[in-house]
Design a protein around this ligand. Structure first.
Ligand code: ADE
Ligand code: ZN
Length: 327
């Protein structure tokens, strides 16, 4: 088959991957043992059997529990390195990875342990895999804006280790407006801005992320098709959407891949990209997302494959000169 080969072999960027969501059960058990952390599941198989999600929150509960095994710089580095090796095998040449420092600070893990461990793996990815890797610090939207502001202040001494900030966790009931000041402060610090919006939340959350937070990209954003005016705006501005098809099906945003609106988003002229979100939990890394999505949607062919790869570089935060070499 030529299309799956094209999808697998084309160079691409990944822009929506939560590094804690790349923690495979096998490594989770290994770190649990090493750190003396009790996981609450007797085996890898029992843990995997619990990965039957009904919505975003049912996933997040298990995802935060899984992150409890991460304690040392080496733990963060080992987790990220495992992702970079898999990403390089998928022909990912540039990755912008999300991390959730509040999940770790809450457990007494210093923010510098998280940032140093991830940063070390990112430098090794560049040196040994030729994969450029950047970090984006995400604020947890179920926590307060004051907590997010404290986290930003704690991270700013490490400002040169990350390129931007994002907003993730439970979307409904936590609109972007709640984080207006922390995003304004991040913008003053010269950081890039992104936010999850329109995954489970309404189109109004996407508009607020753009107008109030002034984000440069929307993570997910798939519910934008419910607002024709918003769809036109996103197409005209080429505001990127980092779409995650396998995640959307596992969290029941769409019933099946065949019902995903990726073809409609591409046809409307949006700068859409495909990404893996939390690959250890949702059944596949980037190439698996691409191959399964294209298999389920016969409207998608070589032209769309090329457009997605091109969009992934256009949407990235790499300097213009580096971008020109890719697109
Ligand atoms: N954290 C990790 N994955 C997420 C997702 N898909 N949506 C919101 N928060 C997340
Ligand atoms: Zn996400």
């Amino acid at each position: 088959e030529r299309l799956p080969a094209l999808l697998r072999l084309m160079p691409k960027a990944e822009l929506h991957i939560h590094i804690e969501g790349s923690l495979e059960p096998e490594l989770m058990f290994k770190l649990a043992e090493r750190n003396g952390v009790q996981l609450g599941y007797p085996s890898v198989a029992a843990l995997r059997a619990a990965y039957a999600f009904t919505d975003l929150q049912s996933f997040l509960d298990i995802y935060y529990a899984g992150a409890s095994v991460l304690l040392t710089e080496a733990d963060f580095s080992e987790m990220a390195w495992a992702y970079f090796e898999r990403a390089a095998a998928d022909k990912v040449v540039h990755a912008e990875i999300f991390f959730d420092p509040q999940t770790h600070i809450e457990r007494g893990v210093p923010i510098e342990t998280v940032i140093k461990g991830l940063g070390q793996a990112a430098r090794r990815a560049q040196a040994e895999l030729g994969l450029s890797a950047k970090l984006i610090l995400c604020f947890l939207r179920h926590l307060s804006e004051a907590d997010a502001l404290r986290t930003l202040e704690a991270a700013l001494p490490w400002r040169h280790h990350f390129i931007g900030v994002g907003l993730d966790s439970s979307e409904c009931g936590h609109p972007p407006e709640k984080f207006a000041r922390v995003f304004a402060r991040s913008r003053e610090a010269g950081l890039h801005l992104v936010a999850h919006a329109g995954e489970e939340g309404p189109p109004a959350y996407i508009e607020a992320a753009l107008d109030v937070l002034q984000v440069e990209r929307i993570d997910h954003g798939v519910r934008c098709t419910e607002s024709p005016a918003l769809l036109l705006r996103l197409a005209a501005s080429r505001t990127p959407l980092t779409v995650c098809p396998l995640s959307n099906v596992k969290l029941r945003v769409f019933d099946t891949l065949a019902r995903h609106n990726l073809p409609a988003l591409l046809a409307a002229g949006l700068c859409v990209t495909v990404n893996s979100d939390d690959p250890a939990y949702f059944g596949g890394y980037l190439n698996q997302n691409l191959v399964e999505t294209f298999a389920a949607l016969p409207q998608l062919g070589a032209a769309e494959a090329y457009a997605l790869a091109r969009n992934s570089f256009e949407a990235s935060f790499v300097p213009a000169a580096q971008k020109a070499a890719w697109v």
